[in-house]
Every structure is written in structure tokens, then in C-alpha cells.
Design a binder for this molecule. Sequence first.
Ligand SMILES: CNc1nc2c(CC[C@H]3O[C@@H](OC)[C@H](O)[C@@H]3O)c3nc(N)[nH]c(=O)c3cc2[nH]1
Ligand SMILES: [Zn+2]
Length: 374
Amino acid sequence: MPAVTYEHIKTCKQSGARLGIVHTPHGSFETPMFMPVGTKATVKTMSPEELKEMEAKIILSNTYHLWLQPGSDIISKVGGLHKFMNWDGPILTDSGGFQVFSLSDMRKIEEEGVHFRHHLNGSKLFLSPEKATHIQNDLGSDIMMAFDECPPMPSEYEYVKKSIERTSRWAERCLKAHKRPEDQALFGIIQGGEYNDLREQSAKDLVSLDFPGYAIGGLSVGEPKPVMYRMVEHTAPLMPFNKPRYLMGVGSPDALIECSIRGIDMFDCVLPTRIARNGTCMTSQGRVVIKNAKYQQDLSPLDPECDCYTCRNYTKAYLRHLIKADETFGIRLTTYHNLYFLLKLMENIRQAIREDRLLDFKDEFFEQYGLNVD
Ligand SMILES: CNc1nc2c(CC[C@H]3O[C@@H](OC)[C@H](O)[C@@H]3O)c3nc(N)[nH]c(=O)c3cc2[nH]1
Ligand SMILES: [Zn+2]
């Protein structure tokens, strides 16, 4: 029995989106689901209790960052990431592939792996499929990601072709290096840029390796949304129906709806936590930039339609004050609300699938949220 399994519940008759349940050693969660990002073993400023309170089910952490600091050996010695961060629900760790290509320059990609410099102190580092897999074994995450190359968008066809062929070889090496497949599920990552035939090749290679779940990588890296949607639309049907489908790095409310419609089950994105830190909030009336002077004496809640802790207890005027005064409590309140907003959006998407009306829900949401959907 694989460590992680997907249970299909139903397909929305109106949109083709699917409702499911992902079962992991640390609990199950309904899909489509948003996963708050806790790159360095914390979802910034949130406690595990607050994440549970807002009904977050699974969170992300990151191999690259935890390997560098505090070191995956330290985390392994204290009993793994769940104990270390006091989170007893499912954890997904990314493989570090993305960070190597996005955070550090001076890198050299070879068949064996990637040589690069520490993004802070410049020291020489090397990550291979085996190393990235063993780090995640040390962390003890429920879902581990294969070590991959995420090429920039756009990239030349020939470059992407060579890259996906190497990423497929790396994926096989990760499977061979994986120490505990009965406890931790290793997901393959489908690449291929914006080229349909390379997406098909990558999917075919990885599906033949029989991973317990799959991600679509190489997207949400600056390409226009219509390109992202087109690639998801082309790639999702290539992924096994009875295994989880995870779209990496997505996303904004509109993208979560659009890609749920296109058959995606799992999403992660730093957006809600990142924009919260400068006081930008996602609300049912669209984006609210709380520092705006017009909120100086506004005693209404951040979002009148939201019943989260922030919206039930504080005013826009107070939030604006805290953010402008650089008070930590301010970004805690905006972070709490943004995560709650996306988690509630996913529950509304799941409910719309149950009622076979996700396309109607999409129209209603865009109508109310406004077109500044980013
Ligand atoms: C934002 N757009 C985006 N994120 C992406 C990530 C996760 C970033 C990881 O890095 C951190 O977020 C920036 C989090 O820890 C996250 O898990 C990806 N990871 C891998 N391994 N391969 C990809 O092709 C990939 C593509 C992405 N596109
Ligand atoms: Zn709220």
C-alpha cells in the first residue's frame, strides 16, 4: 500500500473539476486543496494552532532552505520535521530544484547534479537527485518531490527537450535512492515548458516510473496566465486519474479556480503570506491595500463577508495603523486573513463541485471579486 493514496469522490458535471480525498500517514484532506507554504519550517507568523483553527490541512516546507539551515541532519536527530515544528498534519517538502535555479547564481548543471553557491554566503554547494531525496528522508515529510530542473519561461525548445530528458533520468535516480517508500510518498514533477509534445514526453517518462503522485512543474514562473492555463489543460489529462495532481506555485484566487476546473487537486503558493507582509489583502471585494490613506478612519472589517479572527475583531483603521507602524501583530492579522480567505475559497470550490456548478461559481466570484484578480 503506498504511503499516499488518492480517492476520487466525484467529477463536477458542469466543469470537469474533481472532488477527492488524499490519504497520508499524518491524516487525510479533501481536494482541491490549498497548501500554506512554510519554507523554513514555519508558515511565517502563524502558529500550528492558528493553522488548525483556519482548517489548514497540509503545509509545505523546503528541502533547500532546511538543508542549509538548520541542517536536515539536525532535524532528523530531533525526530523529523513534524516534531521539530510541532505540526502533526501532513507535510509536503519541495526538492530544492526550484531554489537552486531561482535563488543562486554561479550554478553548473551536470548529469550528476547541480553545483551552485549558497545564496547568502557564497560557499560552494552540490545537490544531486540522491542528496535531495535523502534530505527529504531525513525531514520525514509525507510527500517528497523529485529533484528536477525548472527551466525559465520561455526557454528554447532544444534546451527544454534536453532538460526534461535529464529530469526524467533524475526522477528515476530519486526513486532508487528513496529509503522509505512505505512511509513517505515521492511525487514526480512533469516539466516541458510551453511545448505540448515535451509535456507529453515528460509525463510519459514519469508515469512509466509509477510514482504515487505527480506535480506539474515549470509553470507560474512569470508566463502569462493564459499560457499557464493552456499548459495545465494539456498536461492534467496526461496524469493518472487515480493519483494526486499537484500544480506547483499556484496561486491567486482566479488561478485556483481556473486550474481546479482543469483537473488539479493540490496547490501551493507563497502569494497570500508574501503580500500580507506588506499589507495587501485578498478580500471578497477584491484586493485591499491597507496602507491606503482612505482606510485611516475606516472602522469596517477588512472583509465584511469574512468570519475570520481578523475580520471579526479588528477594523481597517487599526490594521492600517499596525502595518504602517511596522508592528508585527499587523502582519500576523493580514497573514491569518489571507490564508483563511484562500482556504475558504477552496472549500467553496469543493462545495460547487459537489453541486455540479463550478462554472457558475467562477462567474459569481469574478463578478464580486472584480477583475483585479491577481
Ligand atoms: C511560485 N511559482 C512556482 N513555484 C514553483 C516551485 C516550488 C517553489 C517552492 O519554493 C517556495 O516558494 C517560492 C516554496 O517552498 C515552494 O514549495 C517548483 N518546485 C519544483 N521543484 N519544480 C518546479 O518546477 C517548480 C515550479 C514553481 N513555480
Ligand atoms: Zn478575514
